[in-house]
Ligand binder design. Structure first.
Ligand code: FAD
Length: 390
């Protein structure tokens, strides 16, 4: 049963909580779960060994499980690859001892027709090919509890909140600053929900399961954290549907025609969903922002702040957290680019262009948020009962 505490419109959005829950559970969540498992969407290109521009790396990872397993050379789709560049099998390292999860240091080229290399003004990532880029099979590296806690983790969140998006004073009604804060807070809630949904309950027996106490303590106890999760979900969903023309026509070639047709079909189901169009056609209305007289400066300032947040991801001292942190911040940066960096009225109007990795990050981020919204809806009342009983 569901003790619905969240009613009415999601703040600053155009749909109500009940509609979001029902579209998510009936349509979007099932489509997204299938979509992120396709060969196109399950490989993410990432530089995991990063130089933190702010603090020397302290790698505070307690569990072995914190490390990431990347892809063996024969695993990721042919068109993603660069011609063999002379790496020996010594370069294939598997941190978790799974044969299917060795590291491949091979990197891709821009062989993907229709996908270009283009800068994202909202992110800090250097996407140019180099020997440190690897492919990660996201399906083998679920976002979950890793034991990354304490000063190192806290320092990152503190830096994000204090330096980059201070909680907006309630009397200051600058919507744009509120948006940045809410996006980060929503992402933070989603990360906490994934930790609670897949937690190491007993280290001696390696028992994993739900940690409802943690779900309550970090998310449910603070209604704002839940509201911001819904806000972020709708914001990213709006970005995906706004980019529908682009995403529909994009090239999803992995040289596996059957799988690629399935990917295309799922993308269309996501973009042109009749139930979504009927009940929540405009999940977020970006046209309302940047209208004030200092709109352009404000946008630049917020863009700079978001780029700093993106740079901070290189300082996350746990490999798997860094992987998902980088992916999700790139996903948010892609949503920001879609919603705010394509100005049709501008004299130098440039049509939207996305990189393959941006599309992969955007869809995987939407899937993570969709999982979190579902988990909070399903487990919310049992978590509250669990807390009441303790
Ligand atoms: P934290 O979650 O660290 O929160 C710190 C403070 O931020 C809280 O005290 C509160 O004041 C504020 N806060 C918390 N949530 C919100 C919110 N939703 N909105 C606004 N303010 C909030 N750990 C894992 O086990 N697995 C992971 O995959 C993982 N990924 C991470 C990715 C990143 C980018 C970072 C920075 C950390 C990640 N961590 C991960 C660590 C995890 O997020 C926590 O930092 C850690 O579990 C310690 O939790 P905590 O109780 O100290 O609170």
């Amino acid at each position: 049963e569901d003790s619905r505490r969240y009613t009415g419109m999601v703040e600053d959005c155009c749909c109500d909580y009940e509609t979001v829950d029902s579209i998510n559970e009936e349509v979007l969540h099932p489509i997204l779960q299938e979509l992120v498992a396709t060969p196109f969407f399950r490989y993410f290109k990432v530089k995991l060994w990063c130089d933190c521009p702010f603090w020397p790396d302290d790698g505070m990872c307690r569990l072995r499980d914190c490390t990431v397993c990347e892809c063996p050379e024969n695993e990721f789709p042919e068109p993603f690859k660069k011609p063999y560049n002379g790496l020996s099998t010594d370069d294939m390292i598997c941190q978790e001892g799974k044969p299917q999860a060795t590291v491949d240091r091979t990197i891709d080229s821009k062989v993907f027709k229709g996908w270009i290399e283009i800068d994202n003004p909202w992110t800090y990532d250097d996407e140019t090919d180099n020997a440190e880029m690897t492919y990660v099979n996201l399906q083998l590296n679920p976002e979950r509890f890793t034991g990354y806690i304490g000063a190192s983790a806290r320092r990152i969140w503190d830096a994000i909140y204090k330096e980059n998006c201070p909680k907006y004073p309630s009397e200051e009604l600058c919507q744009e600053k509120k948006v940045l804060y809410k996006l980060i807070s929503g992402l933070h809630s989603s990360i906490s929900v994934h930790i609670a949904a897949d937690y190491l309950l007993d280290e001696s027996t390696n028992l994993w399961g739900h940690n409802l106490g943690l779900l309550y303590d970090r998310v449910l106890k603070y209604p704002d954290h839940v509201r911001n999760l819904y806000f972020t979900y709708l914001f990213v969903l709006r970005a995906v549907t706004k980019a529908a023309d682009y995403l529909e026509q994009a090239e999803y070639n992995t040289e596996n025609p059957q799988e690629d047709l399935k990917t295309q079909s799922l993308v269309k189901q996501l973009l042109y969903n009749p139930k979504l169009q009927a009940t929540c056609p405009l999940p977020f209305d970006e046209a309302k922002l940047w209208q004030g007289e200092n709109g352009p400066e404000l946008k630049q300032q917020i863009q700079k702040q978001f780029r700093n947040i993106s740079a901070l991801m290189d300082c996350v001292g746990c490999e798997k957290c860094r992987l998902w942190g980088k992916l999700q911040v790139l996903g948010l940066g892609t949503a920001l680019k879609i919603l705010f960096s394509v100005e049709e009225q501008h004299p130098l109007y440039q049509p939207l262009q996305l990189q393959r990795n941006e599309v992969i990050a955007l869809v995987n981020l939407l899937n993570r948020l969709s999982e979190s919204v579902k988990f909070v809806r399903e487990k919310g009342s049992s978590a509250e009962k669990f807390i009441a009983g303790h």
